[in-house]
Design a protein. Sequence first.
Length: 119
Amino acid sequence: QVQLVESGGGLVQAGGSLRLSCAASGRTEYFSALGWFRQAPDKEREFVAAVTWIGNAVSYADSVNGRFTISRDNAKSTVYLRMNSLKPEDTAVYYCAVRRVGAREYAFWGQGTQVTVSS
């Protein structure tokens, strides 16, 4: 079984920065990619960024491209999301998730960490 634990959320002023971490446990050799998603109040969950577990292919939502950076440390089984130039519209619960090899969907999810950006 895979377990994911996010940390690093908090309250920050607009223009500030935060770094989220997601520590994964379990059979990491079956990981294909790790992703970050977010869900704001009364909105659907949306994709933020993803990185492959092998290699270094990354992808970003248009809304965060150029401001957020995803990275991983395989030795620590941890993925990070560095968020710069934060905006009030970035306020949401941020979740990390794992997509396994051969799967289309992200099957394992963390509990989420709250990010609040004040104007």
